[in-house]
Design a protein around this ligand. Sequence first.
Ligand SMILES: Nc1ncnc2c1ncn2[C@@H]1O[C@H](COP(=O)(O)OP(=O)(O)O)[C@@H](O)[C@H]1O
Ligand SMILES: [Mg+2]
Length: 268
Amino acid sequence: MSFLKVEKLCLCYGEDTPENRVLEDINISINEGEFVAIVGPSGCGKSTFMKLLSGLLKPLNGCMFMNDELINSPRANVGMAFQNSIMLPWRTTLQNLLLPLEVSPSTKKTFKKRKLEYIERAKQLLATVGLAGMEEKYPWELSGGMRQRASLCRALIHKPSLLLLDEPFGALDAFTKEELWCVLRDLWQQEKFTVVLVTHDLTEAVFLADKVLVMSARPGQIIKEAEIDFERPRDLEIRYKSKFVDTVHELRDQIKSARHSLLNKDAA
Ligand SMILES: Nc1ncnc2c1ncn2[C@@H]1O[C@H](COP(=O)(O)OP(=O)(O)O)[C@@H](O)[C@H]1O
Ligand SMILES: [Mg+2]
């Protein structure tokens, strides 16, 4: 049985006209604990798809299931992080991590009683991502990479079974980004959640994922599913192996042709 199932999903912004279609007939099946990356040309509907998966947006047609339950509103067992995840500047790193537990309907009633346990969990997560001892620092005292590490921890504080990541490392420099790939790899190996990661970085997708889905230009459709079967644990050296390089090239070609079809459509 698949953990996450998406069937015949369509979405329009506004009236249902062909021009307004953003996603068209998306069908996906994801197993529990799987790491899936979604790549595709800019504007093809990746972020829109993530909003649908998170339950924030309703589809025009089709449906999505998590553990056989219809996704039609935001769920407690989902964690999210984005490129510009905002940390509240007047709260310390630890307080920022605890915020979802303070406000979420499923944990806020017991927050006071369980606070010590939650603080322990937050500290343990921060240690896993290399931020031990940074609990009392304010976001503005952290580097961009450190803030993204902290937002990953915040997304995982409530032990979600699904982690949704929309270009979480898009704004980081190359070295910091590579460090963060390893941080995410280790968190995933330790906590065993399911991941859907949107990225425009094909190396990132192939390094981290079990499966890469390629989306066409708008209206987005899944045009290719590539199984990535490199052994785990993977380290950064794997990027220089010829099979890895070939896989990245194949995906790049797929996206190039998806972009071409977009440009031709625009020209017509
Ligand atoms: N709230 C919105 N209202 C109308 N159009 C939107 C809205 N959000 C996104 N779009 C359009 O939908 C398309 C897909 O956007 P998005 O999902 O952000 O793409 P991606 O994340 O793949 O770059 C784009 O053409 C974008 O301009
Ligand atoms: Mg986007």
